[in-house]
Write a protein that binds this ligand. Structure first.
Ligand code: ADP
Ligand code: MG
Length: 730
């Protein structure tokens, strides 16, 4: 394992011991008593379970903002890891600078700063000289800099390089004296995912405060494992993932936490596997001639791969054991119809079936297309929709129908397996493009006395060796063929200067009756990130396209009702161009859409880009994917080139891995629907395999984790399971 090798272990171990010797004593300090009775509803009242308001300086208002980031408790805060780190790099020679990159430059000012007024704007300009050339630097509305930036003085500047009128300049750089910069070079500052009103400084300060105030935890990982794999001590890792001294320390901490993530996850997978081993199904289905007759009547003939997988599913359903199956199939391979046919079998056998999806938009779409199909085939099967945004009254009505078995098929978000939903006879649960159906969910159903068949559908292209580990509790079917007659999507990676051409192309396609998606990373303009946003982009597009081509937007912050209305209009081609965030990423199916234009493509992971692209090429018409690369970085160009070359999800994942290499943690994450906080099943595949072996050995020896130090692990695992269970009831 490459991360293992370059760890100066001895040095770190000494450091940790020193650190925690001091820390343990400090823990007796009574000031660390925390407020209680804040009604968090958790069983334990330890410091980690407290709401963030128990921390110094965090009031209700800030707590609400943290809530937006999914951080309610101190524990969640400490596991809210930095998204990236700001590293103070060695200055670069001016002659080697590239546009649209962050850089540091060192040199001497050729003359004292100029300040020029343009209307309300005061522009301060200097020219910096190093051995390789000259660079202009500008600041806006900071005329007082003139007092600092004097001719002949040496500085280090750090900022973004942009190209203006054919020349490179650095805008709004930070200013450092050489001595100061020398003390900072190579150091890393955490950068957290932020939200409006809650900036990086506040988050970092709050995390630092929480780390300071908390008790150290006993390390639950058996010591043998820690030594064998040179893993950091837990408390050390948690602290230094936030505030690493340098990259070595960061990698050392990260490796430990990645190990933990896989460890907990695979332990829970193993529990599931042990539980289901040869479990008799209380509800074997009868699959009779009706199924074949139904296939005949579908609007299209199933592909060979679809037939094969469908038969595997039917064999499970009727075989006497409880089905636990994963269907893997690239975007557009036609997974939905398999789900629909399986759900119909449940209904024919007198059972109810549930289809769980990650977004309401997708739930509604499945609901509508199922209704349409059933009406077309005159099938007396009743689907019903159940989503979080429905009014209390609508939900109650749905609950009643489900309890009375007036609905055969329930489609929705995770709302559909919540406590309040009581099924009459639930025989099958399918999850589509969803986090895998975990222990928590199954326990939830089990606690209601139900043991339905389970089918998981995923488009994440995971190599078989990894899939067997990650989905250790499931049998795997693969749809390895696309429906006939699909034309390969035509791709291009372009710069911003290509936009005008793209707009003309969108106009032409719209005139020919077809539609386009334009994806932007952000909802609205932000000071923190320079990236296109849905709101402003929609305005721009409206200006660039004729008035009769309707442009609307969609994003996750809109009310469910508005989103549904927009999606319906788009599906009906009342809207021709949909500007959207990645809310449309998974599952959405509008076969008439033929253009996918992705702004700031460099900001997305390849798996995500592949999913986005999968929204086109779903019908008979030639489709196109236009990826706009707004970054000058070579890495970004290379990554996008992989997508440009291929439409094959497995190929893309494996090429991406080659490019990034094991242990590369700074690339864009690739995991798709497998959400780990830090771990990436691709680049951390080595750790994943190691953990898988260790979990197997541990559980074979001590299946209930009852012996010696394993008990501590059991406690942590129970907590982990409880958390994943709680998450379902938010
Ligand atoms: P995904 O696997 O990405 O979920 P879908 O199930 O949404 O894919 O299918 C993509 C599109 O292909 C849909 O419009 C669907 O109706 C269509 N489709 C599915 N199977 C076939 C088939 N065998 N022949 C032709 N079209 C099909
Ligand atoms: Mg799908």
């Amino acid at each position: 394992m490459s991360i293992l090798k370059n760890t100066p272990l001895a040095e770190l171990v000494t450091f940790i011991n020193k650190l925690f010797a001091g820390r343990m004593m400090k823990n007796d300090n009574p000031k660390k008593e925390v407020k209680t009775g804040t009604g968090s509803g958790r069983k334990e009242n330890g410091f980690m379970e407290q709401p963030v308001t128990s921390l110094k300086g965090i009031g209700d208002k800030t707590a609400r903002l943290f809530g937006k980031l999914g951080v309610e408790t101190v524990e969640e805060l400490l596991h809210y890891y930095p998204r990236a780190y700001d590293t103070f790099r060695e200055p670069q020679p001016i002659s080697e600078l590239l546009p649209e990159t962050m850089a540091a430059v060192a040199g001497m000012l050729t003359k004292t700063a100029d300040v020029v007024k343009y209307g309300h704007l005061q522009v301060t300009t200097v020219t910096l000289r190093d051995i390789s050339g000259l660079l202009t630097l500008t600041w806006y509305n900071m005329p007082y800099l003139r007092g600092t930036l004097k001719a002949g003085e040496r500085f280090i500047f750090r900022g973004r390089i942009v190209k203006k009128r054919g020349r490179l300049t650095m805008e709004q750089p930070e200013i450092y004296r050489p001595e100061k910069y020398a003390s900072l070079v190579h150091s890393m500052q955490p950068i957290y995912g932020q939200t409006k009103g809650l900036g990086n400084k506040t988050i970092a300060k709050t995390v630092a405060g929480a780390l300071e105030a908390r008790d150290t935890e006993r390390d639950y990982l058996p010591a043998g494992l820690r030594i064998k794999y040179e893993l950091a001590e837990y408390n050390f890792a948690l602290e230094h993932i936030h505030f690493p001294k340098d990259e070595t320390e960061l990698l050392f901490s990260r490796k430990r936490l990645v190990f933990d993530e896989f460890f907990m996850f695979l332990l829970s997978v193993r529990l599931l596997k042990d539980k289901k081993e040869d479990k008799q199904s209380p509800c074997p289905f009868v699959i009779d001639g009706k199924a074949a007759a139904l296939e005949e009547k579908l609007p299209f003939a199933l592909t060979g791969a679809q037939k094969k997988v469908l038969n595997e599913v039917y064999a499970d359903l009727s075989g006497g054991h409880i089905m636990n199956r994963l269907i893997q199939g690239d975007v557009g391979s036609g997974k939905t119809i398999i789900a629909v046919l399986a759900l119909l079998q449940a209904a024919y056998n007198g059972y109810q079936g549930a289809l769980m999806v990650p977004t309401e938009v997708l739930a509604r779409q499945h609901f509508e297309s199922m209704n349409e199909l059933f009406t077309g085939l005159s099938l007396p099967v009743k689907p019903i929709l159940l989503t979080g945004s429905m009014t209390a009254r609508e939900k109650r009505l749905a609950y009643e129908k489900i309890a009375a078995h007036e609905a055969d098929i329930v489609i929705g978000t995770h709302a559909l397996i919540q406590e309040k939903v009581v099924y009459d006879k639930l025989g099958l649960v399918i999850t589509d493009e969803q986090h895998r159906f975990g222990v928590g969910q199954r326990e939830m159903l089990g606690s209601k006395g139900m043991e339905p068949h389970i089918l998981v559908m995923s488009a994440t292209p995971i190599p078989r060796t990894l899939a067997i580990i990650i989905y250790g509790d499931l049998d795997i079917s693969i749809i390895d063929e696309l429906p006939a007659g699909r034309q390969a999507i035509k791709n291009c990676v372009v710069g911003k200067d290509y936009r005008e051409n793209a707009y003309r192309f969108i106009e032409r396609e719209a005139r020919a009756g077809r539609q386009a998606y334009v994806i932007c990373p952000m909802v609205e303009a932000s000071e923190m990130l320079e990236a296109e946003n849905v709101i402003d982009y929609t305005k721009t597009l409206r200006e660039h396209l004729p008035a009769d081509i309707r442009v609307e937007y969609l994003h996750g912050k809109m009310k469910a009702k508005e989103k549904n209305a927009i999606m319906e209009l788009f599906a009906a081609n009342e809207i021709q161009v949909l500007v959207s965030t990645t809310v449309i990423e998974v599952g959405i199916n509008v076969p008439n859409a033929t253009i996918m234009m992705i702004e700031n493509a460099e900001r997305f992971g390849l798996a995500q880009l592949h999913q986005l692209r999968g929204r086109v090429g779903r019908g008979k018409d030639q489709s196109y994917c236009i990826m706009v690369n707004s970054s000058g970085e070579e890495d970004a160009r290379k990554r996008l080139e992989i997508l440009n070359k291929s439409n094959d999800g497995f190929f893309i994942a494996s090429e991406d891995l080659k490019l990034r290499g094991p242990g590369d943690i700074f690339g864009v994450r690739q995991s798709g629907d497998l959400e780990f906080r830090l771990a990436d099943i691709f680049t951390d595949a080595d750790i994943l395999k190691t953990v898988s072996d260790e979990v197997k050995e541990l559980m074979d020896r001590d299946p209930f984790l009852e012996c010696g130090e394993n008990r501590e692990l059991r406690r942590k695992l129970d907590l982990y399971l409880e958390r994943s269970y709680e998450k379902l009831n938010l």
